[in-house]
Design a protein around this ligand. Structure first.
Ligand code: MTE
Length: 314
């Protein structure tokens, strides 16, 4: 479907986010005009949402900021396995098969093993937490995640005395996930945290958002959420969690170590080599806002980094 430019706007006046939003609005209104008589607005919205989740405890951590609309959070995504365009992941979401799903938990733990997703989630009451998320590309969203603390899960597997880091891996399935046939990153996507970061109560494993099952494009059935770090740390569709003694290799750090550090704490004082990191555009807003150190979670997490030079360990 062609995108109609507003003739008063020059390409350089418009950011990719605005372009995306305008195109969505245009497509939506075109769809409504075209098939409105059959579908109507309600069923169009319904088609965009996933199944409701079971019982969810409400906000242990919450935020008095306007939430990003579900359509934006599930339509403007980064998930390179499903394509590098922001709309590719939602368009190609069906390629990710999430049933059955299991996670291997191994490395420096007392009780390693493979566990089905259902078994893994069962003992953890689901709770909703509304977090600010800040992407390295300088846009941000406010998303109500549903999940539980990663720390509670790790405790069950009894981290051993040598465990210092936690490494995560996304599913590897190049036959179904087209991005994994391309030489963009080394697959599978990998991420890592220091053990104390992983055990921090703000760090969560999400299985849903907006009270509903996580859409595939957002990392179903299980993804990490670390709200004080840039979005690339929040690895999607996790199949393996390994406790390690050494700092693990992570995809973006291996790909471009000068641009993406292991820590990746949101830090307005450290610029990305190709762009400024001091301001961000909240999706849905026009004016940029100041980026907060640790994405606004400094009071809770700054203590993890006491004595560290965060310009060196970026
Ligand atoms: N996880 C995997 N497996 N593959 C990816 O490409 N992209 C990361 C992160 N997790 C990515 C991933 C990046 S760069 C961001 S900003 C967030 O996912 C985006 O999450 P969202 O699309 O749910 O907003």
């Amino acid at each position: 479907m062609p995108f109609r430019w507003n003739p008063e706007l020059r390409p350089e006046d418009i950011t990719p986010e605005e372009l995306f939003r305008q195109r969505r609005r245009f497509m939506k209104s075109a769809a409504l005009v075209g098939v409105g008589a059959v579908l109507g607005m309600e069923s169009l919205e319904a088609a965009e949402t996933s199944a409701p989740l079971g019982e969810v405890r409400s906000g242990v951590v919450t935020l008095n900021e306007k939430q990003t609309p579900f359509a934006d959070a599930s339509g403007y995504c980064n998930f390179y396995e499903l394509g590098t365009g922001k709309e590719d992941p939602s368009r190609q979401a069906d390629r990710l098969v999430t049933k059955p799903w299991s996670v291997l938990i191994d490395g420096e733990v007392g009780r390693p093993g493979r566990i089905s997703l259902e078994e893994l989630i069962k003992p953890h009451p689901l709770e909703e937490r509304v977090y600010r998320m800040r992407c390295v590309e300088a846009w941000s969203m406010v998303i109500p995640w549903v999940g539980f603390s990663l720390g509670a899960l790790l405790q069950r597997f009894e981290p051993g005395p040598k465990a210092q880091y936690v490494s995560f891996e996304t599913i590897l399935d190049p036959e179904r996930l087209p991005g994994q046939k391309r030489d963009i990153l080394e697959w599978p996507y990998r991420e890592g945290l220091r053990l104390d970061e992983a055990m921090h109560p703000l760090t969560m494993l999400a299985v849903g958002m907006y009270g509903r099952v996580l859409p595939n494009q957002n990392g179903a059935p299980l993804r990490l959420v670390v709200p004080w770090k840039y979005g690339f740390k929040s690895i999607k569709s996790i199949v393996r969690i390994t406790l390690t003694e050494q700092q693990p290799v992570t995809s973006w750090n291996a790909h471009a170590p000068g641009e993406y550090g292991f820590y990746a704490n949101v830090n307005p004082a450290v610029s990305h080599p190709r762009w400024d990191q001091s301001r961000e555009r909240r999706i849905g807003e026009f004016l940029r806002r100041e980026t907060l150190p640790f994405n606004g979670y400094g009071e809770q997490v700054a203590g993890l980094y006491t004595g560290m030079d965060l310009t060196r360990f970026f």
